[in-house]
Ligand binder design. Sequence first.
Ligand code: FAD
Length: 249
Amino acid sequence: MAERSTRNKEPRELTVSDLQVLTPNMLRISLTGADLQDFPEGQESGYVKLMLEENGEIALRTYTIREFDFDAKVLHLDFMLHADGGPASAWAMDAEVGSKVSVVGPGAKKLVDFGADWFLIAGDMTALPAVSVNIEQLPENARGYVAIEVISEEDIQELPVPEGVEIHWVVNPHSERKRFPLLEKVKEFDFLEGKPSMWIAAEFHTSRAIRRYLKLEKGVQRDEIYASSYWHLGLSDDQHKVAKQSDKD
Ligand SMILES: Cc1cc2nc3c(=O)[nH]c(=O)nc-3n(C[C@H](O)[C@H](O)[C@H](O)COP(=O)(O)OP(=O)(O)OC[C@H]3O[C@@H](n4cnc5c(N)ncnc54)[C@H](O)[C@@H]3O)c2cc1C
């Protein structure tokens, strides 16, 4: 156990083996390398931290394990591309087969409680990889709702859901601090019978607005919801972590 947790913190040096444009603003980058030999199986929805260089220092950026092909030892990450000069997005935009990157991880999986009576999953494009993994693992008889915010119609992906689950796409080209179309969509959902499992991940303000609505207005209990902020409008991820902590406090 101790050995594994140490290994999770050691950088793994990887090489880009493939790039696939999934939609205009989403790029899948596949990584390989001898350092994946002992990367554990079944960690999809967990994350790795990319070690990137920014102004001569190491910047860590978090990306979801969309898929790990255990036999071929290939790690697939989906990058939402944004032109704000962040080191991760910039690295992804410039990446080509043969590009190098070091990652640490894997970190904890982010899954709904599959034993719940019904599900509510909401996220933006940064959460789409994790949302996709969650959907793939839902039981066949699952009931509930999925809401996903994308930048454009063309960013909508084909995601098969169980028959009892409704999937809704919300197109929002500009994130804002005051207007939350993803929250408006979530407000349309009628709560179902029984114990829910809710999963929310998006931009800081959107995620906080949805979490507050569900907890304060709908009485959702702490153990029924995972709500996380995956990025912060106008802040780099390092500044975002500080904002996240003070919000928690
Ligand atoms: C657990 C977890 C899993 C994540 N998984 C993924 C994933 O699989 N795929 C993915 O794309 N992202 C994912 N993210 C989000 C990603 O880590 C952040 O978007 C990160 O800030 C990107 O780093 P950067 O270097 O590109 O930009 P930063 O240096 O952090 O920020 C630079 C500027 O870009 C802006 N910015 C950052 N992200 C976005 C964005 N998505 N859209 C518009 N503007 C942005 C910031 O507000 C800032 O102004 C995840 C985050 C967490 C916490």
